[in-house]
Ligand binder design. Structure first.
Ligand SMILES: O=C(O)CCC(=O)C(=O)O
Ligand SMILES: [Fe+2]
Length: 530
């Protein structure tokens, strides 16, 4: 779970440094040892040449005779010991300190999944990524054949054969260029590629790659065993296809069931989500022409001197951005307080009623209470100044950090009926204030999938919207998500405000929402007596 936030990856740099020191020390010793061995080798070679030039003359010299014998006795012992020491060094370099953190194989899988998520969301090209290029500019050190191979292998083991294939092909290309000794060979890469094609259902291509493998290693046992199996499968598939073409198939066409429908709705939303993350969608002119900016000066006397800058980002539902509502000092204070209490973010599982980590929400978070510091209490007061809402039943401040690939898929902040309706907090979450505590170098937008709106994080600003209609019904148009972080680290904090305490500030209206349509219930018209 190390990969869920940048703060958790930081300690790995200490581990990394330890490995550097160990390896450095080992190599220095090794280099000295090898330097000495090489000197011996050169001496042996030189003396051998001289001897071969004129053997009787060479051996007729008693000094030469002596040194020859010495080279084959004492010197040889030294050389043998020196070689043995080499293996001892290797044994002594543990690289396995107990006082620093080591990532696990699960972490490797998590990091590979994050990379895949970024690649898919932001249309990253595997070849460019392998070269360390992002959108035409340098992004990282180019990856080696081994980097690509390990990534491919991790994805293969995670059953993501399509992405495994892309990385294995990069590994193959690089392997041929690099000419470095690796614990795997070209044949291993070819085997992964062949098998990944097979498991992806493309048996023909699997057969082609397996044949290519056999051209490199004709004795490869597994590959030779797979060939007849692939050929048989292809023949069967072709026969089945012919049967279908002749209309002999008895298979009923698959019926569309509810599950398929839900799946395609999910896929549609996903498309919108990803395109919003890439910043591709523009909000319609009817909306933009109604957007304004203004100053809030009347909710607190201080605001006369330092008004809050408000920018309207959307109309109906109204979404606002408040600018410069946290100071850098406050942000640093909050981060420092939140970090030691960070836990992997959990979501409410409606089936079991339990809080569990989920692949669709990857971040670390913790909660800060007003009572623990005047700084936190001041932020809560500011939320009232910004929104005019009561903090009587607001939740504590939730601080969130997303690492690379960290995200939160489309969701509502309010609880739907079948979920826990936050009764203990005085009603449902009427409003959200989302403070941005960092800029994000690339990615990490907050996006509204029903509105086509992307908010890119601006440090010290806060987004604000109401989650409920005036009737108290959840506003389905507020569905939103946090896009994966492509570069940098994203810090936000949430202040969720509940219905309790707002009765006089925001009177309920007789409207409700059903299937996304807002229906107004006409208020009884008071009889006017003139
Ligand atoms: O981080 C973001 O941009 C949005 C976070 C969010 O929607 C949430 O935590 O409920
Ligand atoms: Fe949210």
């Amino acid at each position: 779970e190390l990969f869920t936030a940048i703060t958790d990856v930081e300690p790995l740099l200490e581990t990394h440094k330890r490995i550097i020191d160990d390896l450095d020390d080992y190599l220095q010793k090794e280099e000295r040892r090898l330097f000495t061995l090489k000197k011996h080798l050169n001496l042996y070679k030189r003396e051998h040449e001289r001897a071969m030039d004129d053997i009787p003359n060479y051996l007729g010299n008693p000094i030469n005779a002596f040194t020859l014998i010495k080279r084959l006795t004492a010197d040889l012992d030294f050389i043998e010991d020196s070689i043995k020491i080499g293996t001892e060094y290797i044994k002594n370099v543990t690289m396995n300190h107990v006082d620093v953190k080591y990532p696990s194989l699960e972490d490797l899988t998590g990091a590979a999944q994050a990379l895949t998520r970024l690649q898919e969301t932001y249309y990253l090209n595997v070849h460019d990524l392998a070269e360390g290029i992002l959108n035409g500019v340098s992004y990282s050190t180019p990856m080696t054949a081994s980097d690509c191979y390990e990534l491919g292998r991790t994805l293969y083991n995670d059953k993501d054969y399509t992405n495994a294939l892309a990385w294995m092909k990069e590994a193959l290309r690089k392997y041929k260029d690099e000419n470095v000794m690796y614990p795997f060979t070209e044949v291993d890469i070819l085997e992964y590629i062949g098998f990944a094609y097979y498991l992806n259902g493309d048996v023909k291509t699997a057969l082609e790659w397996t044949q290519r493998l056999l051209s490199v290693d004709p004795k490869h046992v597994r590959a030779r065993g797979n060939i007849p199996h692939y050929q048989k499968t292809i023949a069967e598939q072709e026969a089945e296809l012919k049967k279908q073409q002749r209309g002999e198939t008895s298979d009923e066409p698959e019926e569309e069931d509810g599950q398929d429908y839900e799946l395609s709705e999910y896929a549609k939303e996903r498309k919108v989500y990803e395109s919003l993350c890439r910043g591709e969608m523009e909000i319609p002119h009817e909306i933009t022409k109604r957007l304004k900016c203004w100053y809030v000066t009347d909710t607190h006397p201080f605001l006369k001197l330092a008004p809050i800058k408000v920018e309207q980002m959307y109309v109906k539902p109204d979404i606002f951005m408040f600018h410069e509502v946290m100071t850098d000092d406050e942000i640093e204070f909050i981060k420092k307080r939140a970090k030691p209490r960070f836990k992997r973010a959990v979501v409410h599982d409606p089936k079991t009623g339990e809080l569990t980590p989920a692949h669709y929400r990857i971040s670390k978070s913790s909660w800060l209470r007003d009572e623990e510091s005047p700084v936190i209490a001041r932020i809560t007061q500011r939320v009232t100044d910004m929104t005019g809402l009561s903090m009587l039943h607001a939740e504590e401040l939730q601080v969130v950090n997303y690492g690379i690939g960290g995200h939160y898929e489309p969701h509502f902040d309010f609880a739907r009926k079948r979920e826990n309706p936050f009764t203990k907090f005085g009603g449902n979450r009427i409003a959200t204030v989302l403070f941005y505590m960092s800029d994000v170098a690339q990615g990490g937008a907050t996006v509204f999938t029903e509105l086509g709106l992307s908010l890119f994080p601006i440090k010290r600003a806060a987004a604000f919207w109401l989650n409920l209609h005036a009737s108290g019904e959840g506003d389905l148009a507020t569905r939103h998500a946090a896009c994966p972080v492509l570069r940098g680290s994203k810090w936000v904090s949430n202040k969720w405000i509940h219905q309790g305490g707002q009765e006089l500030l925001r009177p309920c209206d007789l409207e409700y929402q059903e299937e996304g349509i807002i229906r107004k219930i006409p208020r009884p018209v008071p009889k006017t007596s003139r």
